[in-house]
Design a protein around this ligand. Structure first.
Ligand code: ZN
Length: 258
């Protein structure tokens, strides 16, 4: 009797597990909820074709992203490291910075990296009217386009602050909202060791890593950690891809549309 109920329990458990696996497989693009800092906005799952916290959990890929640049202290160092390691990344640039340092922007494109939109003024889009928010997005597109000919459609809202109106405005422009899976919190001046350990110990398939290359004197640890992060993740078997490769989408508008 007891043996029978144990067998029945095991069978039941296997059925539940099997069901869970099948369900997760169906949700291939939609399986990760990111860890990271507290955010006053709800962290949800991916919305395929629109909003992403991560790529596929079934591919051993990771996307490095750098926000708030370009500038001339950290951006060139990061580009040098990525070039030496033959890694492509994605830079979510601020339009105002792009206008100040167009040569950095052109170097990113020339070296195979993707450029995303981080607004013109690093604005909190949730504090603006939809028209003002769209103007922030458009001005950044124009700043990048003027200097590279590329019109980015991948948008990372500053601070990760977004809401339904902001998201819908971006979707209406055929843009994608790109958040992140792993926040290094490098902007606070984290040590090289801490950033490296955190990234290497918590990486999962499809993760989007958030680092910065803005005008912030505290980013030394982040930049110093980068070579070891890349080497460590390569040793773990990860391939490095841009956000558009991770999501199998286009990084730029192809026509005059924006
Ligand atoms: Zn930012």
């Amino acid at each position: 009797m007891r043996k029978a109920s144990v067998v029945a329990s095991i069978i039941l458990l296997l059925m539940v597990l099997g069901g869970t696996l099948a369900y997760n497989h169906m949700k291939k693009e939609n399986v990760l909820t990111p860890s990271g800092t507290e955010n006053k906005y709800v962290r949800g799952h991916n919305i395929p074709g629109k909003l992403y916290w991560a790529g596929s959990a079934y591919d051993k890929e990771v996307a490095l992203t750098f926000d708030d640049g370009p500038e001339t202290q950290w951006t060139p160092q990061i580009l040098d490291i990525l070039k030496a390691k033959n890694v492509k990344a994605t830079f979510f640039v601020i339009g105002r910075q792009a206008e100040k340092y167009p040569e950095m922007l052109r170097r990113m494109v020339a070296e195979g990296h993707s450029i995303g939109n981080h607004t013109f003024d690093h604005a909190d889009l949730t504090k603006m009217s939809p028209q003002e928010a769209e103007y922030e997005i458009d001005r950044c597109i124009q700043a990048v386009s003027r200097n590279t000919g590329k019109k980015p459609r991948l948008v990372r809202p500053p601070f990760g602050f977004h809401n339904t109106e902001v998201d819908n405005m971006i979707y209406a422009k055929n843009g994608l909202v790109i958040l992140w899976s792993l926040d290094t919190q490098d902007w606070m001046g984290m040590s090289e060791e801490k950033i490296k350990t955190q990234v290497l110990s918590s990486m999962k398939n499809g993760f989007i890593v958030l680092q910065h290359d803005g005008e912030n004197p505290k980013l030394g640890g982040s930049v110093q950690a980068l070579p070891a992060i890349i080497d460590g993740l390569k040793a773990q078997g990860y391939a490095f891809v841009t956000i558009d490769e991770l999501l199998e989408t286009q990084p730029y508008y192809e026509t005059e549309q924006q």
